[in-house]
Structures are given as structure tokens and as C-alpha cells.
Design a protein around this ligand. Structure first.
Ligand code: FES
Length: 116
């Protein structure tokens, strides 16, 4: 595991999210209720960029087909609708990976698992 500095705390105000890259991975970092959370930024459905979506409380909505994920856990909250599934050959979304994130001073650090 590697702790990687990815942003400054002051860049992410409450209720906001940003996209960062670390160790070749795209990661979404959101601040909810004053606490930072980090999940995989690439939508499990068809690769939509979650940082370009909407953050509604602790749920991020994918800008492409509307899948919804809890940013605290990465869990899928709402799958894509029937029409989006039909258009994407039956593919549905699934949970996103969540990462440990800490603030040290003004640094935001994310724990990135090593690739096999
Ligand atoms: S790419 Fe995210 S919902 Fe389809």
C-alpha cells in the first residue's frame, strides 16, 4: 500500500468533489459533512467520469447514464435504468472501489493498493 498525496485540503470544500490521479488510477475525492471520502472515479457501467457528475449529499450521480454511488462506501445506490441497460447491451453498474483517505496538515493522501 502506498499513501499518495493527491490534493490540498483547501481545494475540496464541504459538499464538493474533485477528480485526481494517483499511481495510474483515477480517483474521486468528495467532502461530505466535513470528512473526505475517496472512490474509484471511473464508473463501473461504461467508464463515465464521476467527478464530472453531480454530488447530492453523499451520493454521486454519473454524468453518462445516471448510475448512483455512495461516496462513503463506493456502494451502488441506484443502477442505470432499463433504457440505458438496453442501450448498453444489458450491462449494469456495480460497486466502486473505496480508498482510505487522510488529511495531514493541508495534504490529502489516499492509500492506493499495489497492483498485482
Ligand atoms: S457510464 Fe456511468 S452510468 Fe453509464
Amino acid at each position: 500500500m502506498a499513501m499518495v498525496t493527491v490534493a490540498k485540503s483547501s481545494e475540496i470544500s464541504n459538499g464538493k468533489m474533485i477528480g485526481v490521479e494517483a499511481e495510474g488510477r483515477k480517483i474521486l475525492i468528495a467532502r461530505v459533512g466535513g470528512t473526505l471520502y475517496a472512490i474509484d472515479a471511473v464508473c463501473s457501467h461504461m467508464g463515465g467520469e464521476l467527478p464530472k457528475g453531480r454530488l447530492e449529499s453523499d451520493v454521486v450521480v454519473c454524468p453518462r447514464h445516471g448510475a448512483q454511488y455512495n461516496v462513503k462506501t463506493g456502494k451502488l445506490v441506484k443502477d442505470v435504468g432499463f433504457a440505458a441497460k438496453a442501450l448498453t447491451v444489458g450491462k449494469g453498474a456495480h460497486d466502486q472501489q473505496a480508498f482510505q483517505v487522510v488529511e495531514e496538515g493541508d495534504d490529502v493522501k489516499v492509500e492506493i493498493p499495489q497492483k498485482d
